[in-house]
Design a protein around this ligand. Structure first.
Ligand code: BJW
Length: 234
């Protein structure tokens, strides 16, 4: 087996599902209750900002009542104990990786607990509602929006992600449906670079065929077992 030094991990909504945070595309998920075009596009926000702000206010409040689960904790342990390079690229906008103790986390789709001022371009830590149009702490303008990446917008820190992938010896995808690009394309990028790829998911993702190996089951079982394996062999 090749020696593994550098690991890139992609996480999605499935890693937070057992903490009680809704996924997007599962039965009963967020996209069954809301039209994507209405709540997750810049055009939807321009059309009906109150609807979008309420949607994110509700979710921002909800995540603050949730706790990290065994999958988040296992990844935090890996982060703490892994001496090689490690990057947890999360599509999730919750803060459960960080609250579990992980440090090497990159939020490519933004964060619920930040607000982005479209007037002065400053991002500020934010836990309260945005519906009443509070002023930006930096410039005082009432032009804050959720600091999340909507369809048609550029995900964050793509250069850092691709740089980490180029140096990786292993790419692991956890709890994501593989429905949303560019994240869904990372597995093919890794394959093209000759990097081994592993998928951990409840069900096969749309990109499952691209992975060298797929393990099916709940994240709270699969992730701690995989982390034990990796650290045991380190
Ligand atoms: C469990 C589990 C358990 C459950 N244990 N597992 C045509 C072709 C290709 C691309 C495009 C196209 N037309 C348009 C595009 C681009 C578009 C896109 O991908 N569209 C698709 C619909 C096709 N993408 C974009 O617009 C992106 N920007 C972009 O491309 O810019 C240009 C660019 C070009 C080149 C390089 C770089 C950039 C932006 C995408 C923004 C996505 N935003 C959202 C909302 C964020 C804010 C919010 O939270 O509201 O991000 S959408 C939503 O989907 C959210 C998620 O991060 C993302 C992915 O969802 P995820 O995490 O996979 O969740 P689910 O629900 O889909 O899946 C859950 C999984 O968990 C399932 O697999 C379950 O099995 C599993 N699971 N329980 C383990 N207990």
């Amino acid at each position: 087996m090749p020696i593994i030094k550098n690991i890139v991990i992609l996480t999605g909504a499935g890693v937070s599902a057992e903490s009680g945070i809704d996924t997007f595309r599962s039965a009963g998920g967020l996209w069954e209750q809301h039209r994507v075009e209405d709540v997750a596009t810049p055009e939807g926000f321009a059309r009906d900002p109150d609807l979008v702000l309420r949607f994110y206010d509700m979710r921002r409040a909800a995540i603050q009542t949730k706790e990290p689960n065994a999958a988040h904790r296992a990844l935090a342990r890996l982060d703490a104990e892994w001496s090689g390079e490690l990057l947890i690229v999360t599509q999730n906008v919750d803060d459960l990786h960080e609250r579990a103790g992980a440090r090497r986390v990159l939020h490519m789709h933004g964060e619920h607990l930040n607000a982005w001022c479209t007037a002065c371009d400053v991002r500020s830590p934010w836990t309260a509602p945005l519906i009443d149009r509070p002023p930006c702490p930096a410039c005082g303008t009432s032009a804050l929006r959720p600091d999340v990446v909507w369809f048609g917008e550029m995900p964050y820190r793509m250069d850092d992600i691709y740089a980490a992938l180029r140096e990786a010896d292993l790419f692991v995808s956890i709890g994501t449906s593989g429905a949303v690009y560019p994240a869904a394309g990372f597995v093919r990028g890794a394959r093209d670079l000759g990097i081994p790829t592993l998928e951990l998911n409840l069900e096969r993702s749309q990109g499952s065929a691209w992975f060298d190996q797929t393990r099916l089951g709940p994240a709270t079982e699969l992730v701690p077992a995989w982390v034990d394996e990796v650290l045991g062999g380190a």
